[in-house]
Design a protein around this ligand. Structure first.
Ligand SMILES: [Zn+2]
Length: 332
């Protein structure tokens, strides 16, 4: 089997995907029309052109603007459903999906409207083709810890459906320590903890996420390479890093795919995984990331297999399910 078929068809998990970041330009236009939202674009080409941002903040401005067309339960259902269909097409047999409640509750959308839409699509995909999934509720780090606490409270009726809490949005100026109390409370309530750190922020933010938030995994974390002591600890503890290659190129964390350090990270023994982050904004879904690594980094089959194995090991699946998927990958 050639490498392109191999990476496309191998069973894999995705652990770093923002559902609000899967809004395709076509859906944005259709929902804007449905709800009478006036977008500053008149054609699809203009929306595609707007996806041409220069850094994390200019991306986030567009991202929050795009999310404002999501209004009723069926919008949230449709958004989630479109991504789950991609999972099926790309052999993403397990996915751990991040969602940002504050993006919606802050503009007057009820928590349960969002949640019922998302859960409806997830349960249908589970019933139709056995899609495996977990949910990660993220706090927006540019907002206050008080707002994060409020969100944690709103999630209580859905605590059985939500597996973990995370921390996302603009990293610079919003260090992990700002959220130590709400993460402690979430852990007390039984949630797993993850956080974005070391994407645009320095290695100190990764230390902060580990020491102040007690996270089980780091989202991104590529800048750990600037700190040897940190790399040694991450290797020793096998702390997973959910790396997003196309996102890093698009947001200029690295210049080009050929400069991406993910295979160096793999060689150092770090538990790295490949993920798509916000696919339509960053140039592709999970398989597109693997294919970009084939083209830009010369990704080999044994490396692809290792990365897929890591995605199951780094997941929040129980041991039995991990072994099941690892076995499926082995016999693929
Ligand atoms: Zn992210």
């Amino acid at each position: 089997m050639d490498i392109i078929s191999y990476v496309s068809e191998m069973p894999k998990a995705e652990l770093h995907l923002h559902i609000e970041g899967t809004l395709e330009p076509e859906m944005m236009m259709a929902l804007a029309e449905k709800h009478g939202v006036v977008l500053p674009y008149t054609t699809l080409d203009e929306v595609h052109a707007a996806y041409n941002f220069s850094d994390l903040q200019s991306f986030l401005d567009l991202y929050y603007f795009g999310a404002s067309v999501l209004r009723d339960e069926s919008d949230f259902f449709d958004l989630m459903w479109a991504y789950l269909v991609k999972c099926r097409q790309q052999n993403i047999v397990h996915t751990e999906i991040m969602f940002d409640p504050q993006t919606h509750t802050d503009r007057g959308i009820a928590f349960d409207v969002m949640m019922k839409g998302y859960l409806g699509a997830l349960k249908q995909a589970e019933a139709e083709w056995g899609q495996s999934f977990k949910l990660i509720m993220c706090f927006l780090r540019h907002l206050s810890q008080a707002s994060a606490f409020e969100t944690l409270g709103m999630a209580e009726p859905f605590s059985d459906d939500i597996d973990a809490v995370g921390l996302d949005s603009g990293e610079l100026g919003n260090p992990p320590e700002k959220f130590s109390d709400v993460f402690a409370a979430a852990a007390q309530q039984g949630y797993q903890c993850v956080a974005h750190a070391g994407e645009e922020g320095p290695p100190a933010y990764i230390w902060g996420a580990l020491n102040s938030l007690n996270v089980a995994r780091i989202d991104h974390g590529v800048r750990c390479l600037e700190d040897d002591e940190l790399v040694a600890q991450l290797v020793r503890d096998q702390t997973p890093l959910t790396v997003c290659p196309l996102s890093n190129v698009r947001l200029c964390v690295v210049d080009e795919m050929k400069d991406h350090p993910i295979l160096t990270m793999l060689d150092k023994g770090l538990l790295v995984t490949v993920n798509s982050d916000d696919p339509p904004y960053f140039g592709g879904y999970l398989n597109d990331n693997f294919l970009a690594m084939v083209g830009g980094l010369g990704l080999a089959q044994d490396q692809a297999k290792q990365l897929a194995a890591n995605s199951f090991k780094a997941s929040f699946l129980d041991e039995e399910k991990k072994q099941y998927f690892l076995g499926a990958l082995d016999s693929f």
